[in-house]
Design a protein around this ligand. Structure first.
Ligand code: HMG
Ligand code: MG
Length: 301
């Protein structure tokens, strides 16, 4: 399949990137990060999560973050929503897109959302119906599609089961997530082909954590399959509190370097993106995990 001419970058840094940080990041700093990302041309920014603050304390200021964003025309600010309580709070905070998140294995579903796969899908169905009725778009993420920290290898048929259910409830986009970054290019292709047998590939997205250094290769494998939406995290931040040892998402700067090199349009300015990454790395006191950002900075310093 020819590579797409345009790719949507779905920036997850303010949510996936920060949710695992032990030290609190202030609301003002989260908002400043979002502003810097949109100034760099990022047009989809997952802003926060309306999950239980007991489960993920870093996202407890979700409503304050949403209230503080200077919304830019053309930019959407999806938020993670696990249940009706989260949806109600997200709607009250002015969210325009809800992201429900299921899993391809029972063990991960239980650890992450305290329910079985099918209980989770039943909750999401209620959330999706209510959200769509209120005019929100709904996206469905599927965790552990390429390996589970508790169950190991994952059968693509398990991913297909969840993807079809998310499709049937009206999710406009379904995201194949490699939560622990164990996926390789061949496995990535196999799971995408399995899901694309049921859902048009243009409605699929990829979300690859970079634990084993495979995420950029997996993005490329997914591009070759026809996927044109990728989740990534500024400076490579991130991880899931319920997937121990898993590191951050693929760095947005590294994905942009790949896409720029392929002549694929994203609308994002690399220099401003690197500035946004430096800003948040300064806040959390750690160097960037983006190889491209480090290399470009070293050359221009
Ligand atoms: P539970 O404990 O079974 O929930 O958690 P519950 O319905 O029994 O309620 C227990 C308490 O939580 C009650 O409060 C509820 O009101 C409250 P209490 O009466 O005890 O004071 N509660 C809430 N509070 C605020 N917002 C809510 C909410 N819901 C209940 N929405 C639940 C079930 C799903 C809520 C919990 O397991 C949860 O919040 N899980 C989310 C975990 C999470 O955020 N994980 C990280 C994000 S997913 C991820 O990173 C993967 C992804 O990046 C893709 C990938 O890489 O794979 C997306
Ligand atoms: Mg993730």
């Amino acid at each position: 399949m020819p590579l797409p001419g345009k790719v949507r970058i779905f920036e997850v840094g303010p949510r996936d990137g920060l949710q695992n940080e032990a030290a609190p990041v202030s609301t003002a700093e989260k908002i400043e990060l979002i502003h810097r990302l949109q100034d760099a041309g990022v047009s989809i920014i997952e802003a926060t999560a309306f999950v239980s603050p007991k489960w993920v304390p870093q996202m407890a200021d979700n409503a304050e973050v949403m209230a503080g964003i200077r919304r830019k025309p053309g930019v959407t600010y999806p938020v993670l929503v696990p249940n009706m309580k989260g949806l109600e709070a997200a709607i009250a905070a002015g969210a325009d897109e809800a992201v429900v998140f299921g899993a391809a294995t029972e063990s991960f579903s239980k650890r992450n959302t305290n329910c079985t796969i099918d209980e989770g899908l039943a909750r999401f169905e209620e959330v999706a119906q209510a959200a769509i009725a209120k005019g929100l778009r709904v996206r469905g993420d599927i965790s552990v599609c390429l390996g589970c920290p508790y169950e190991g290898a994952v059968d693509p048929a398990a991913v297909v089961h969840v993807a079809r259910a998310l499709d049937a409830m009206g999710c406009y986009e379904i995201t194949i997530c490699d939560t622990i970054g164990t996926g390789t290019a061949g496995k990535t292709r196999a799971v995408i082909e399995a899901v694309a047998g049921h859902i048009p590939v243009g409605r699929l997205a990829g979300h690859f954590h970079d634990t084993y250094g495979q995420a950029v290769a997996n993005v490329y494998a997914a591009l070759e399959c026809g996927i044109a939406t990728f989740d990534s995290s500024i400076a490579g931040l991130g991880g899931c509190p319920y997937a121990k040892g898993a590191t951050g998402n693929v760095a947005t700067e590294d994905v942009l370097y790949l896409l720029d090199g392929l002549g694929i349009e994203t609308g994002i300015d690399m220099r401003k993106l690197i500035d946004a990454g430096e800003y948040i790395c300064g806040v959390i006191g750690r160097p960037t995990l983006s190889r491209a950002a480090r290399a470009i900075r070293a050359k221009t310093a």
